[in-house]
Design a protein. Structure first.
Length: 408
């Protein structure tokens, strides 16, 4: 079974959970410094697969299982770029090595290539490897112009791989910034987080995404806003159901989905979409049930500083009622449908304030908590994941729920 190295995003615990949920034969080896995950899988992980993952920055595949040293790397690079025509472009991504080690190594690599009549160019620096945009633009992922060699030092051993996938930052920026309607007055759900939530949703439906990644499902977002989750759903080729109690949001979501269809050539006959106005606490009347609900419910008002305890308590009480009524509505009118949702977490001078009443009532409402394997829980006995960017005073608690009600 091949060994892979995943370079994790800024929320590594969520990145690991997403990989665990997405790869059917995921076999965790170890985590290094909270930055790199070594794992095994027979799945072919490439650029296309990484485009569906929100929490992984880059993936490298081990090139040789035998013990290698830095002296072997120039030969490894020459072998890996044997099919490149003309000048070879390459990069080195090291973990556990000094900038001096990397500088000496890329010079040795250039010397090795040139000694065999092959001109070479290095991208990145000895301190910072090439950014993902460069890996895409320079043809280092598909091997057309070169490659990036990954070196991970563990004691006296060195794991050596080749980068096979990296996030396409330009694609994220385009669909986040170029869509016709953006609402900066509410908390903006990052497209990467939307992808993560969708992968958790597919995991609730399939058990793991893996071989079912191409199987079309229908995703319902009943708090759709301007459509971040529906956009990412449609990009996967999945069917979209979306609603919101704001007509402004409904119109924005519809415009953004139409824009996406034109930009990416997604015909309605291949992936359907329907958007309507509705309060998520009122009965859903759908001709066919969705496979899963994936939604950013509401985080309440954005905060520019830590909330006083009294204010956090007031916001918590308000959100408790909304979340409970929403889930009771789902259980009653969409029985059997699993839910992935985000709940607000407020950061105060006394620590975190989380929803409690709805948590205690989940079983009574008709749900049980689910969580992928390989998850390091932040709060003992609370199997959820918290997403929070630095400096934010309202975080997101990712809650995955399986229905205990039989589907009708």
């Amino acid at each position: 079974m091949p060994s892979y190295a995943a370079f994790l995003g800024h929320q590594p615990h969520i990145s690991i959970a997403e990989l665990s949920a997405s790869i059917p034969d995921f076999d965790l080896e170890r985590v290094l410094g909270g930055e790199i995950l070594l794992f095994r899988s027979d799945l072919n992980l490439d650029v296309g697969y990484l485009q569906t993952l929100g929490g992984t920055v880059a993936i490298a595949r081990q090139v040789d299982k035998k013990d290698l040293t830095l002296e072997d790397i120039p030969q490894v690079l020459r072998n890996e770029t044997a099919g490149v025509q003309g000048k070879v472009t390459f990069s080195l991504r090291g973990y556990g090595f000094s900038p001096r080690d990397i500088r000496n190594l890329y010079r040795a690599c250039k010397t090795e290539l040139r000694s065999h009549g092959r001109p070479a160019r290095y991208v990145g620096t000895e301190s910072v490897p090439a950014i993902s945009v460069v890996l895409h633009d320079e043809g280092l992922l598909d091997g057309s112009h070169g490659c990036e060699i990954v070196l991970i030092k563990e004691g006296d051993a060195t794991w050596v791989g080749r980068t096979v996938a990296a996030q396409d930052i330009n694609a994220y920026a385009k669909r986040d910034m170029d869509k016709p309607v953006r609402d900066t007055h509410v908390g903006l759900l990052p497209p990467k987080l939307a992808q993560i939530l969708l992968n958790f949703g597919a995991w609730l439906v399939h058990g793991t995404v893996g071989g079912n990644a191409e199987k079309q499902i229908t995703v319902f977002d009943p708090f759709c806003g301007t459509g971040v989750i529906p956009i990412e759903t449609l990009l996967r080729g999945w069917n979209v159901l979306a609603s919101d109690d704001s007509l402004k949001a409904v119109n924005a979501c519809e415009r953004n989905l139409e824009w996406l269809r034109k930009e990416h050539g997604i015909p309605k006959k291949e992936a359907t979409s329907k958007v309507w106005k509705q309060d998520a606490r009122k009965a859903f009347d759908l001709k066919a049930k969705p496979d899963v609900i994936v939604t950013e419910t509401t985080l309440g008002p954005p905060l520019e500083k830590k909330a006083p305890l009294k204010e956090a308590s007031r916001l918590k009480s308000m959100m408790e009622d909304l979340q409970e009524n929403f889930l009771r509505n789902v259980a009653a009118t969409l029985p059997g449908v699993p839910v992935v949702a985000t709940w607000p977490v407020w950061y105060t001078s006394k620590g975190q304030t989380r929803l409690e009443k709805v948590w205690d009532k989940l079983h009574d409402i008709g749900f049980r908590i689910a969580i992928p394997s390989a998850v390091d829980l932040e709060v003992t006995g609370r199997p959820t994941l918290v997403y929070r960017r630095p400096g934010q005073f309202v975080g997101r608690e990712i809650v995955m729920l399986q229905s205990t009600r039989k589907a009708s």
